[in-house]
Design a protein around this ligand. Structure first.
Ligand code: UT7
Length: 332
């Protein structure tokens, strides 16, 4: 029997209806549409306004979209990995609720937190389960309700993030398609550059932590930018070299949508001169953390052809980062 590789065989996504534009942010903080567009590439983001709905809602909608499009019987799903930094609750894994709500009655599920690299790490984990031969259908979801952890009076963070979710189904492939290689990295040098300081075991919630607004995302943007540019570009170039890929061999760059300038720097380093190969939807959704990569796959799915070479790249808090080389497995 041929070697088992783990292929993406279906994609789904969901973004909430409410739009938060740069113009609307001008009313909230001291910023301008021009500044945000020039420094990040973002024009608008989606916000899940309903206070009774958490990240599970976004993830459930994305999973249902995938199920509808692929005619998947949810009872056949073996495992659901939910990448998120905004679980519904700190304890009681959100993925478990997602599994029950979509009718994945035979699946087990858990959450995976690696900040903006959660989906890439989740894809790696899902692929390993498939390659082992132990499981046949693994759903990997990236979902975040970033608006729940953003301080909308902090102009250095509120302009960046948005809410959304995306999902992929991973299945065994016997033609050599799917995940080919990956380089995953982490370094706690970034522990304090992008964080929510309070609410964990180190600094439990108190009146003081609330008064000091320590439950929202704090970011040293300049430092994160510097590390993101060099590290994401480095692993993307390294994975090309290691797999003897030239820029012409690559059909698509699927890069974390944090800042257009970071994506451009990565594409440059890969000598991807053809802009149409660089997937981009940051202008519409901003940075949706765990959801950026599957949201890109969903937006561009119809353009992918069986056998296309995709390079995934991500960078996030922690720091966590990495790149993956995947051969697309189907024509839509
Ligand atoms: O997904 C996880 C990983 N996260 C990232 O990859 C984010 C990485 N960082 C970035 O994308 C960028 O650093 C930001 C978009 C966050 C900021 O852009 P920047 O070009 O690095 O700006 P800066 O922080 O160096 O600030 C430049 C100036 C400052 O003013 P002064 O000190 O030069 O007078 C800021 O106070 O821009 C000011 N500024 C703003 N001005 C208008 C900061 N935020 C804003 C704003 N509107 N929203």
């Amino acid at each position: 029997m041929n070697k088992i590789t783990a292929a993406i065989t279906a994609v789904g996504a969901y973004v909430p209806e409410d739009v938060l534009t740069n113009k609307m942010l001008e009313e909230l903080v001291d910023t301008t549409d021009e500044w945000i567009t020039a420094r990040t590439g973002i024009k608008e983001r989606r916000i899940l306004k309903d206070p009774t709905k958490g990240t599970s809602y976004l993830a459930i909608q994305a999973a249902k979209d995938l199920i509808r499009k692929s005619n998947l019987d949810p009872a056949e799903i073996d495992l659901i990995i939910l990448g998120t930094v905004t679980p519904d609750m700190p304890v009681a894994a959100t993925g478990v609720h997602v599994a029950s709500e979509i009718g994945a009655v035979n699946a087990f599920s858990y959450d995976l937190q690696a900040a903006c690299s959660s989906f890439l790490y989740g894809m790696s984990t899902g692929a390993a389960y498939i390659e082992s031969g132990r499981y046949k259908k693994v759903l990997v979801i990236g979902a975040d309700k970033m608006s729940s952890i953003i301080d909308y009076s902090d102009r250095t963070t509120c302009i960046i993030f948005g809410d959304g979710a995306g999902a992929v189904l991973m299945e065994p492939n016997y033609e050599g398609l799917g995940l080919q290689d990956e380089i995953l990295r982490s370094d706690s040098i970034g522990r304090h550059s992008l964080k929510i300081a309070a609410g964990g075991s180190l600094m439990p919630t108190s009146e003081e932590t609330i008064a000091k607004k320590l439950h929202s995302v704090q970011q040293d943007g300049k430092t994160v930018f510097k590390f993101a540019v060099s590290n994401m570009a480095d692993v993307s170039a390294e994975i090309m070299e290691r797999n003897n890929l030239t820029n012409e061999d690559i059909n698509w760059l699927v890069a974390h949508q944090a800042n257009k300038r970071i994506i451009d720097a990565t594409a440059n380093r890969m000598n991807l001169n053809d802009e149409s190969k660089v997937l981009m939807n940051i202008q519409r959704y901003g940075n949706t953390t765990a959801a950026t990569l599957p949201l890109l796959l969903s937006d561009y799915e119809k353009q992918f052809k069986k056998g296309d070479n995709l390079i995934f790249a991500s960078f996030g808090g922690g720091f966590t980062w990495g790149a993956a080389y995947l051969k697309w497995a189907y024509n839509s």
